[in-house]
Design a protein around this ligand. Structure first.
Ligand SMILES: [Zn+2]
Length: 411
């Protein structure tokens, strides 16, 4: 059978965006079972600059901490300096009516310093972060820590139990922070977590993976307009840094706006435990804890310079079977073949080519796709200052897929 080759001209003009759906315009949440209650939910990208630090810069938090370490008050408990504790948090508003608790691991160091928090599985099907939190928390020796580390391996325990990204009502918990004690169930769960845990943090790393059959090269998503966030990006060793303005409702946005500088660490894809990604994440987090001075200096990764990227998604121009010609982390040149989409009915084949020279920092797994599907995420190395002063994120059209709304490529 003849093979029809169609040029994919449109893909050479791929939009520039670190996270197309998140960066997009107003995006109503799609409902299948409860339209009335969800018709008001929207995802709003905000350009509001995050607050500048008004106290001690995060980079100097350990040095500035004076006197004796004090007990850490959390969830009704008092954790003494130099000890670790396993607490639990459960939201007061639950779907089944039966309280579902999730562990909150605490290491309160023997010396004073900042409180760093780690959260994972805000999306219940994102497993890599769960294992990262476990490893980081169990590697810490309380007697040698300055400050405290709080780790919540599974924030969305109801989604986790069902292997689902969402809460039981298909709401995305990561669109409801900081929450509302009188709002929807999702808003109440978000509020309970935000008030009882997040507000006790001085800095936060929220762990995610790609979503919807996409995987991400380990990378930090950060709003580089906040100086404390920049401090955090400088501590992750050899990890790609993407400047990205978060959507309202994400934990990253809400926490940063509440004075808790936050980055998202993306690594791998959903529904899998990927050991290389887990190891990279653990090494990055432990390097940050090192660089903040919260543990005695060791050289996990030397002191590499962070590498900043802007990025562009390459979308499917046709529907069909997507097969990749590159892999995560591949270096590509402008015009290189990234993958093909073949129509299984008429054998017509479309090529997806890279609009830029750069690196593959995210990509879809081989699968059947619809036109518009975001298939390859090309990172373009850039200067961090240039990136913030000249934001390149475009508005991105709304996409629906399989009846479900793609509310994010990741976080
Ligand atoms: Zn996520």
């Amino acid at each position: 059978m003849a093979l029809l080759l169609l040029p994919a001209l449109g893909t050479l003009a791929g939009e520039i965006s670190s996270d197309p759906a998140v960066e997009g315009p107003l995006m109503p949440e799609v409902s299948s079972d409860d339209p009335a209650s969800r018709s008001t939910a929207t995802v709003i990208t905000t350009e509001t600059a995050p607050p500048a630090d008004d106290g001690v810069p995060l980079a100097e938090a350990v040095v500035a901490a004076e006197g004796q370490a004090i007990p850490l008050e959390l969830l009704g408990y008092s954790i003494l300096p130099g000890t670790s504790e396993r607490l639990s948090w459960s939201a007061t508003e639950l779907f089944e009516g039966v309280p579902v608790s999730t562990p909150v691991l605490v290491v309160n160091g023997a010396m004073p310093g900042p409180t760093l928090c780690l959260t994972a599985a805000v999306h219940g099907d994102e497993l890599n972060g769960i294992e990262m939190v476990r490893r980081v928390m169990h590697d810490l020796v309380p007697e040698k820590v300055s400050g405290a580390v709080i780790g919540v391996p599974i924030v969305n325990v109801q989604g986790f139990r069902r292997g689902s990204r969402y809460l039981p009502d298909r709401r995305d918990l990561n669109r409801y922070f900081p929450g509302n004690p009188n709002g929807s169930a999702a808003a109440r769960i978000a509020n309970s977590f935000f008030v009882n845990v997040i507000k006790h943090c001085d800095a936060l790393i929220d762990l995610h993976t790609g979503s919807f059959e996409r995987a991400n090269l380990p990378q930090i998503r950060a709003d580089l307009r906040n100086p404390d966030v920049v401090t955090m990006t400088q501590g992750f060793g050899s990890t790609v840094i993407l400047h990205s303005t978060p959507a309202a409702g994400t934990l990253r946005y809400a926490a940063t706006m509440a004075g808790v500088p936050t980055v998202t660490l993306e690594a791998g894809g959903p529904s899998e435990l990927e050991l290389n990604e887990v190891k990279h994440g653990v090494k990055g987090i432990e390097t940050l804890i090192n660089s903040l001075g919260m543990v005695p200096k060791t050289r996990l990764w030397g002191d590499p310079e962070p590498v900043y990227y802007r990025s562009s998604w390459v979308r499917a121009s046709n529907g069909g079977i997507l097969l990749a010609n590159v892999s995560l982390g591949s270096t590509v040149r402008r015009g290189d073949l990234l993958g093909t989409i073949t129509d299984p009915m008429n054998n017509a084949r479309t090529e997806l080519r890279s609009p830029h020279s750069g690196r593959i920092i995210g990509m879809a797994r081989n699968q059947v796709v619809m036109p518009g599907f975001a298939a390859f995420h090309v990172g373009i190395q850039t200067d961090d200052a240039e990136m913030v002063q000249d934001p390149v994120a475009d508005a991105v059209p709304t996409i629906r897929e399989g009846g479900a709304y793609i509310d994010s490529m990741s976080e």
